[in-house]
Ligand binder design. Sequence first.
Ligand SMILES: NC(=O)c1ccc[n+]([C@@H]2O[C@H](COP(=O)([O-])OP(=O)(O)OC[C@H]3O[C@@H](n4cnc5c(N)ncnc54)[C@H](O)[C@@H]3O)[C@@H](O)[C@H]2O)c1
Length: 261
Amino acid sequence: MAFTLDQFRLDGKVAIVTGAGGRGNSIGAAYAKGLSNAGASVVVADLNGEGAQAVAAEIVAAGGKAVGVAVDVADEASTIAMADAANAAFGGVDILINNAALMVDISYDNFETVSMDAWHKAFAVNLEGALLCSRAVIPSMRARGGGRIVNQTSGGAFPAQGLYGITKLALVGLTTSIAQQFGKDGITCNAIAPGNVTSDAGKMLVPDDSPFIQFLNMTCALRARGAPDELVGTALLLCSEAGAWITGQTIHVDGGWVLRP
Ligand SMILES: NC(=O)c1ccc[n+]([C@@H]2O[C@H](COP(=O)([O-])OP(=O)(O)OC[C@H]3O[C@@H](n4cnc5c(N)ncnc54)[C@H](O)[C@@H]3O)[C@@H](O)[C@H]2O)c1
């Protein structure tokens, strides 16, 4: 079949985006709105249930279909309830973006002092959360003839520096493993590795005038910072028919920060 732009459309598809309701200007909210604009019905899921409902309400007000759901991605029962809510609202799940993570709220202590509680919590949310959400929806994806899973990793994993980067590098391992195990079910699994994004959380963690951003502006091929919306096109590729032959990959969307062969 000859390629047409319709292959990027998501009409009739159901997508869950985790971590999409927490902070005002967030990457998850940009993903949720972008997938809705492409035609998907969207489940906006977040630990912050009220925030999830507010983002869902924005999507509905703009003419889309969405529901907001409170979820703790680190809690298996909660992820199953999230999948059940998607089934109840829209009849199944085709797309999952595992975007929820601890980033601002993670421990940046060094390895001599980081508490093991902080360490375990970081892995519970950033790695195990993606596993639990994926396996909550894989049965529905399989029953519908396939699906798309996108894991939000980070340029901070290449190379991993500190606990946050280690959790995000481990998520790349989960990505290739899910891709391998569920490919024959028609389920793809890929990762997006953003650079420094101007979400509220990103700017809180690394202000524009920090020496790190000034350094990156000199060394990045393009520019150090991108807006949340600049990640949406890649997500759409990985979630749509246009990306049907891509799996197990990590795509860097970072202005040329992490240059990989
Ligand atoms: N902002 C950046 O520069 C940047 C760069 C690379 C990667 N990322 C990644 O992009 C994603 C979104 O980042 P953001 O900048 O929008 O940050 P954000 O803090 O706004 O988004 C993270 C969301 O995850 C939610 N969350 C945290 N723990 C949860 C849990 N247990 N269950 C459900 N939801 C939970 C939070 O409520 C929040 O809404 C994260 O995975 C982050 O690691 C961000």
